[in-house]
Design a protein around this ligand. Sequence first.
Ligand SMILES: [Zn+2]
Length: 440
Amino acid sequence: MTSPVMKTTANTTTRTTTHTTTAPVTAAIDKPRRKNPVLRTRQINLPPGARGRVALGFTAAAAEGRFALQACERCAAVQYPPREACHRCLSTELTWRDQPDGGHLVCTTTLRHSNDLFFRERLPWRLGLVRLDAGPTVMVHLHGEVGGEPGRIRVGARIDRAGMAVLIGYPEQGSAHMADDRMLREMTSDPRFRKVLVTDGKSAVGQAIVRAFVEAGADLVWVGHAEPWKKLGGLDDIGALPQVTLVPLDLTDGRSVTELAGEIAGKVDIVVNNAEVHRTFGIAARRGTDVARAEMDINYFGLLRLAQEFGPALKGRSADGLASATAWVNLLSIYALSSFPTHGTFSASKAAAYSLSQCLRAEMRPAGIRVVNVFPGPIDDDWNQHVPPPKLAPIALANAIVKALRDGVEDVYPGDVAQEWLARWRDNPKVLERELAGEG
Ligand SMILES: [Zn+2]
């Protein structure tokens, strides 16, 4: 038997529940009450986070929304928890492979006491023992809609607030309010009832993102726009939505970022940094560094300015009840992994932003704030006119961001092109570099 919360269960008294035959349906959560501003915001207690290096392979797959377990190359045994060697034949040739997510629920139990502060604040907490179709028997956190044993169940790997993968047991078919489950909301960053800042509402992508968050039930969406004197198509339509407030925000201007942070940073639950400059040049096609500087100024320094002003405020509110601060989303690019020479300076700025986002992730993790990086391929916008299809539609990109927050995923590669580049990059980064040098 293996446990997703080994440290906790070892120190915990449990009591087996009496089981109901019909699965309960999740009650929709109500809009959280306005907070008393005088009350102090609690510090977050993270779930147990320490994992060995081998176990981080499980977390790496979960970060992309995949359910992968170690499979033995020698005898084909599948195992969990992760180990250095095969539990059956002791071979060390182990590979992380995606696994079927079905299983049989063997038994359930409800924690009513825990020595771990994270669980103590969230009791009662249900756990289940599941015999996976893939082979191993594992302990999972149970969604409230999972009934008693025996029964079929789906198992998924999710990243918890400590940034570590845990196993969650879902009902085979969930209800409409499935995402409102109390345990699941602790593990994900659902936009429902949350307040969101989208840093650029002028672009087609920005407007699609705003609409996707409104549709997902966001309580309020602040939409940044630089150069407010410019009349741009679509921004007025977005501004007319009841949930939306347009705010001046110029990421190239430190004072603009500081001023907006002074007004709203203490209320933002999700930051979506989608502001970007994208020009299509390599090195030789243009003289001087002005364009490259403009890309860096938004794509890299813009993220840095934003993170310095909004990061600390988010970290301070990560335990603020049902609508706590929860996530930071960066719109990067698949070109961040390997330069696309005809978009060379843009690729470089996104590679710099990617590196900085990893630093941001490391700094936000102790506070339980998830940093989600999005790596789209060419987007169907003005700057990719000369790139042949397939191109990613802004609405598809926006929906991928909302889905990632709901699923508790860290790295998103939306669209076929991004998926294909990722596969080629994983296979051999050097080969991809040579291939891209020949394209465009
Ligand atoms: Zn083996």
